[in-house]
Design a protein around this ligand. Structure first.
Ligand SMILES: Nc1ncnc2c1ncn2[C@@H]1O[C@H](COP(=O)(O)OP(=O)(O)O)[C@@H](O)[C@H]1O
Ligand SMILES: N[C@@H](CCOP(=O)(O)O)C(=O)O
Length: 326
């Protein structure tokens, strides 16, 4: 459960007076999510999400995230919109934290996505990449290759507590990725966390994307690599090439990959697996017992990392086009 900061009804009512949302009828903490505290609000005008931005989100980045959602929604992408206050600001303060009221997106995330959903996600990811063109703000990806070593150094000494031999194994991946990480690939704004729990469906139709709080400027194909990791593996750790094929075809129905991106995909996928392994490992080792958050298993991403290590070409992910086996 991710409610790190409690709110009182009185404080919330005072906070909401600055918004055109009617009167509060009920509210409750949302049990999902990792980064921020989220509440579902019902008012006389409808339903809204209240987000209190927690310590891991840098307040200086909030204009980027909130501005991006506006930019994308204006270009027709279905995503939540931050509501303006009476003074025009998108951010206020509640219980000592920066806070925003966000429009409620209808839909549910899929616990067991099928290939057809992967195709939809691929398409939506490419649509997001296109829609974010022209967004004027920039945000570097603190969780790309340059950020992995400092992250690793925080957990390295205790890594073997999670699995024997991990310290040596991860050190070798990190060194390899640092040496071979691409320098030049098409760039733009990426979501950077488009896991199934951040994509809503109504029936089989994708209804929107949420949680833009890792969004940043980086290689577009790195976002695809993140999705291959989070959408196309089965619970037993095996890669489902049918899902991969669908996701990649969905993406390419909107934006074709360049030959360089095709060649780089296995390395990007390996890097994406390491990135989620490292943040999960850190949380695994440092989250205090009893904290109101569900810890995610780092070893799920170790299995994926090992898979990518052995991949020789993008064809193994299901990319069906010339050059995929380069
Ligand atoms: N705009 C929204 N509309 C509907 N539900 C939302 C919305 N934003 C968040 N949620 C709900 O809150 C949960 C956590 O949100 P998320 O942004 O993923 O949190 P975190 O940033 O802490 O990971 C989501 O899984 C979803 O159930
Ligand atoms: N998707 C990440 C953790 C971030 O979680 P979210 O709830 O903000 O999407 C992971 O699975 O490690």
């Amino acid at each position: 459960m991710a409610v790190y900061t409690d709110i009182t009804e009185d404080d919330l009512t005072r906070f909401l007076a600055a918004y055109d949302v009617g009167s509060l009828t009920s509210y409750k903490g949302i049990a999902e999510g990792v980064e921020n505290s989220n509440f579902l609000l019902h008012t006389t005008k409808g339903s809204y999400i209240l987000t209190l931005y927690e310590k891991r989100v840098n307040a200086d980045d909030l204009p980027f995230f909130l501005g991006l959602m506006h930019h994308l929604a204006e270009r027709g992408l279905s995503c939540p919109l931050p509501l303006p206050r009476a003074d025009g600001e998108l951010l206020g303060t509640l219980s000592g934290r920066p806070a925003a009221v966000i429009s409620f997106l209808e839909g549910m995330w899929l616990r067991k996505p099928e290939a057809q959903h992967c195709r939809e996600v691929g398409r939506a990811l490419a649509a997001m990449h296109k829609a974010s063109e022209g967004f004027p703000l920039k945000r570097a990806n603190a969780l790309s290759v340059d950020g992995w070593r400092p992250l690793w150094q925080n957990s390295e000494a205790r890594a073997d507590e999670v699995q024997a031999g991990l310290r040596e194994e991860i050190a070798a991946d990190l060194a390899h990725l640092e040496e071979h990480w691409p320098k030049h690939l098409p760039e733009g704004v990426i979501h950077a966390d488009l896991f199934p729990d951040n994509v809503f469906f109504l029936g089989d139709r994708l209804s929107g994307l949420i949680d833009f709080y890792f969004a940043c400027n980086d290689f577009l194909a790195y976002d695809i690599a993140i999705c291959l990791n989070s959408w196309c593996f089965e619970k037993d750790g095996s890669y489902n090439i049918t899902k991969g094929m669908a996701l990649l075809a969905g993406y390419e129905s909107v934006r074709k990959l360049t030959a360089e991106e095709v060649v780089a995909l296995p390395l990007l996928a390996r890097g994406a697996a390491l990135r989620f392994f490292l943040t999960r490992l850190y949380d695994w080792l440092t989250t205090p017992p009893g904290a109101l958050v569900v810890k995610k298993d780092p070893l799920e991403y170790l299995t994926k990392l090992r898979f990518h290590r052995a991949v020789a070409s993008s064809a193994e992910y299901g990319l069906r086009r010339e050059g995929a086996s380069a």
